[in-house]
Design a protein around this ligand. Structure first.
Ligand code: IMP
Length: 392
């Protein structure tokens, strides 16, 4: 797995590399990317700044990004400097300036009232649902003079609980074992290990493109398939969803057993854009959160979300890569007529609702052109599978 550190702070980079040295992750830094952006830390919390940095750098590099935002909270100063730790003594303050300011503000405060906490938020963002923020804290106190030459920032003044030395008197390894950053990084490491084990692919394509055939081939190779349609069909049977749909579309969508008949509902929504929108607003968020639950609980190396409306419903935000199956309009029509009982108007309505194929192709990380024989499709599936398995 590859990871890029969303920081230009060489002291933090050193600590992160030390903690992750046995994780089996290839680490990149700003030095590997020309034009690596500096992210403005304008959020009100450490949490917010960490997430902003990780998201920005993940987007810029296309890799999983890890960002740290940390700060010192001193009890006698009401939690200051907190989010302002780096610029406590001013915008261009050095570590020394900040330490001097801290010492002078605490001048009158005796040792037993100089309690402080280092707090570190680590955000990791890899696009899709791969986004987490973890926290580590380290309690201690602020000494009355600086001690030690190692570390950075407030290290020479901070003595962690249970220790007779400051962080600046410890080696990188010793500090990492008890520090706020070390604790947060170990939690982040566990998350990365989980992520490394699963690649989530969104499989999409319009009706008749052969998407389901491709999904079946991937399943034979060992992928777990999550079918969005099936989730939707099951949801409609749930009492609260059923009630909501009857309230919105009326009892004409029911069969003789007073259950929702999907085809009747389809006839209403596929010829009326507004009604389709209403149905989508009810079902899409519910289907999205079911998909998310299934991804999180999956143990498979490759999980495939099979969804014709993956992009239209915004579920592509849940996946690592998008795979599109395409076919010519004629080939699609031929297949639909052969395998379904839909009327020409119904087919037209469904095709309209699924959005244009070209847009899907533009968003594709992988593309299967499904015009020829099953063997040709299988060959393309196997080639993509090879690439996916090599990645994870
Ligand atoms: P950030 O770059 O916004 O996260 O600001 C972090 C600031 O908090 C640094 O410039 C240091 O002044 C301080 N800080 C954070 N972590 C540590 C640490 O481990 N030791 C000492 N100071 C730290």
């Amino acid at each position: 797995m590859e990871l890029v550190l969303a920081t230009k702070n060489l002291d933090k980079i050193k600590e992160i590399k030390e903690t992750f040295k046995n994780l089996g992750v290839k680490i990149f830094t700003f030095k590997d990317f020309p034009h690596f952006p500096s992210v403005v830390e304008d959020k009100e919390t450490l949490y917010g700044n960490a997430l902003k940095k990780a998201r920005t750098i993940a987007r810029f590099t296309g890799k999983i990004a890890l960002a740290d935002d940390s700060g010192l909270q001193v009890e006698a100063l009401g939690g200051a400097p907190g989010v302002f730790s780096a610029r406590f003594a001013g915008e261009k303050a050095t570590y020394k300036d900040n330490n001097r300011k801290l010492l002078s503000l605490l001048e009158e405060i005796p040792l037993d009232r100089r309690k402080a906490t280092f707090r570190c938020f680590i955000a990791i963002s890899g696009g899709g649902i791969k986004e987490r923020v973890v926290e580590g804290i380290c309690k201690g106190r602020i000494l009355q003079e600086m001690r030690g030459e190692n570390g950075f920032g407030y290290d020479p003044l901070f003595q962690p609980e249970g220790s007779t030395r400051t962080f600046a008197q410890m080696s990188l390894k010793e500090k990492g074992e008890i520090s706020h950053r070390g604790k947060a990084l170990r939690k982040a490491g566990k998350v990365l290990e989980e992520w490394g084990n699963t690649t989530v692919i969104g499989l999409t394509g319009n009706i008749g493109s052969g998407k389901t055939t491709a999904a079946r081939m991937f399943a034979e190779l060992g992928a777990e398939i999550i079918e969005a349609d099936k989730i939707g069909h099951d949801l409609i049977k749930k009492a609260e969803v059923e009630e909501n749909l009857i309230r919105t579309f009326g009892s004409s969508i029911l069969d003789e057993k007073k259950k929702i008949e999907r085809r009747k509902l389809g006839r209403i929504v596929f010829k009326d854009k507004k009604k389709l929108e209403e149905l989508n607003q009810i079902l899409h968020p519910l289907i999205g959160s079911e998909i998310k639950k299934k991804i999180v609980s999956s143990k498979a190396r490759v999980v495939i979300i099979d969804a014709a409306i993956l992009l239209e419903a915004g579920w592509d935000s849940l996946v690592d890569k998008v795979l599109v199956v395409s076919a010519s309009y004629e080939a699609q029509l031929k297949r639909i007529k052969k395998s379904t009982r839909f009327s020409p108007e119904e087919i037209e309505g469904i095709m309209q609702a699924q959005g244009p194929q070209d847009k899907k192709i533009q968003r594709a990380d992988f593309l299967i052109r499904n015009e020829g024989s099953l063997e040709e499709t299988r060959r393309q599936v196997e080639q993509i599978w090879g690439e996916l398995v090599a990645r994870c």
